[in-house]
Design a protein around this ligand. Structure first.
Ligand code: ADP
Length: 502
């Protein structure tokens, strides 16, 4: 089995499928040149699932060459834009047909509840590919009127070969966010999945070929960030890098991308505030605040992980939130129907969250819920009890740093001015939520908060039609919506002289 390119597997829910193990280059699965592999671990029971081939720089070279050839291949370069959209619709249809298998793999490898993989992540994947399929034949330039002596117009060209580096928290959905706009605008792609979750993307690759994309248009690699990811970010044959992950890695990638001045899109970390004013609908604030931080095991870059509550309702909010978390955040086997929270993705992430729990305790914050590993799921796995700290000071590590787990800090404020100042007192600027029944105050705050996205009376209800991205150290550029197209096209200006004689 060790060197086979496909292996029959049975997921814990009984779903039998053929798992590819290779690197997907030129529409074929191949072994890595070095023979190196990475092993995927089931975070629910800590057992090995399977190992897959891991790309090194020489494999990245092959994938980039394939993508470059595909970019120049008239079959792709000159394709009718409606036909390009049809390929994407076909791809979306195949994903729909294989939805249950993809969801089972996602849950097995990542630990997120199966109902979430099936109904939310896969819906997002299919929705995103279809949304951008629709844009394929609507990528228009402009005619710019200057004088009768000149015809000037623009065309929106693809950038070329796009390197895309994705994270492990929403493996398939993050792939779709990146593939959708890149492909509908006529680029070619080398996508690298996160080493923690290498499996679902390989199954998706089988559908790329079946959908009929020409060889080399979409290449998919697994591999370690510091090897395959770095090789892609530095590659002279790559025109663009799109990255989602931590702020520290984003900065590294930005430096590496400078080698040939690649176009970049970065979506990085956050410590997003959620503000609850005295005049808020308390019940709704509690429920959205729960989704805002506890969804996806707290592994969401836009998680509203800092809750700031006005002092008039602070005690009531804390009481209500604690109560709601204790009933809604059902921790358990991700393949069970009533599970809200599965394990953290890896031992490393699990230990990271536990270390922040220790930090909170040692810095003198008050632990009001959780604060420990959760061992009632067969005694194994990277499960953590949903954790709430109050009495948090603004200089504590747990208030300032991104934890990326089911872990929230709650603090109180007195005035609107204080709320804004403290919301903005962070190096991040990804999301923010405001709860108030005063619509004027809601809009006023939305403008003053330094963030790429503000939710008034909700949290994290993002939508593929709406731009997503951050300011400050939360990133550069936007994904999703029409704005996401700008990250994958150049505007070329063409000047036609209609009579300007020298
Ligand atoms: P995390 O710390 O949450 O694992 P990272 O930002 O390190 O997140 O990883 C996100 C993605 O970036 C993954 O696909 C990973 O392999 C990749 N990556 C990590 N380090 C590098 C690097 N030095 N160069 C390029 N890609 C990297």
């Amino acid at each position: 089995m060790a060197d086979e390119l496909f292996v029959e597997l049975t997921a814990p829910n009984g779903n039998k499928y053929k798992q590819p193990r290779g690197l997907f280059i030129n529409n074929e699965f191949v072994k890595s040149k070095s023979g190196e592999t990475i092993t995927s671990i089931n975070p629910s029971d800590e057992k090995e699932i399977i190992s897959v081939y891991a790309a090194g720089p020489e494999d990245v070279d092959l994938a980039v060459d394939a993508a470059r050839k595909a970019f120049k291949n008239p079959e792709w370069r000159d394709i009718d834009t409606t036909a390009r959209g049809e390929l994407m619709y076909k791809f979306a249809q195949l994903i729909e047909e294989h939805r249950e298998t993809l969801a089972a793999i996602e849950t097995w490898d990542n630990g997120k509840p199966y109902s979430v993989s099936l109904n939310e992540d896969l819906a997002e994947v299919i929705g995103t590919i279809k949304y951008y399929a629709g844009y394929s034949n609507k990528i228009h330039g402009q005619v710019i009127d200057t004088s009768p002596a000149k015809l000037a117009y623009t065309i929106r060209e693809p950038l070329g070969v796009c390197g895309q580096i994705i994270p492990w928290n929403f493996p398939l959905a993050m792939a779709a966010w990146k593939l959708g706009p890149a492909i509908c605008t006529g680029n070619t792609v080398v996508l690298k999945a996160a080493e923690q979750t290498p499996l679902s993307i390989l199954y998706l690759a089988t559908l790329v070929k079946e959908a009929g994309f020409p060889p080399g248009v979409i290449n998919i690699l697994n591999g370690e960030g510091r090897k395959a990811g770095a090789a892609l970010a530095q590659h002279l044959g790559v025109d663009k890098i799109a990255f989602t992950g931590s702020t520290a890695t984003g900065k590294e990638i930005m430096k590496m991308a400078a080698v040939n001045m690649k176009n970049i899109t970065l979506e990085t970390g956050g410590k997003s505030p959620l503000l609850v004013f005295d005049d808020a609908d308390l019940d709704q604030a509690v429920k959205w605040a729960h989704i805002g931080i506890m969804y996806n095991q707290g592994q969401v870059c836009t998680a509203t992980s800092r809750i700031l509550v006005q002092d008039g309702i602070y005690d009531k909010f804390v009481e209500g939130f604690k109560e709601y978390v204790s009933t809604a955040s059902v921790v358990g086997d991700p393949f069970k129907d009533d599970t809200f929270q599965g394990p953290q993705v890896t031992k490393q992430q699990y230990e990271r969250v536990l270390s922040y729990i220790e930090s909170g305790k040692s810095e003198g914050a008050k632990l009001v819920a959780g604060g420990e590993a959760y061992k009632n799921v067969g005694g194994k796995g990277f499960f953590i009890s949903p954790t709430i700290f109050t009495g948090v000071k603004d200089d504590m590590k747990i208030y300032r740093e991104e934890v990326f787990g089911p872990f929230v800090v709650i603090s109180s404020f007195k005035t609107e001015e204080e709320a804004i100042e403290r919301a903005n007192d962070t190096s991040y600027g990804l999301g923010a939520a405001v709860f108030t029944q005063d619509i004027t105050k809601g809009h006023r705050l939305a403008r003053l908060i330094e963030a790429g996205m503000v939710w008034i009376n909700s949290s994290n209800d993002s939508d593929i039609r709406i731009p997503f991205g951050g300011v400050k150290q939360s990133g550069i550029g936007r994904e999703l919506g029409e704005a996401g197209l700008a990250a994958y096209t150049n505007q070329k200006a063409i000047h036609v002289n209609l009579g300007n004689k020298l």
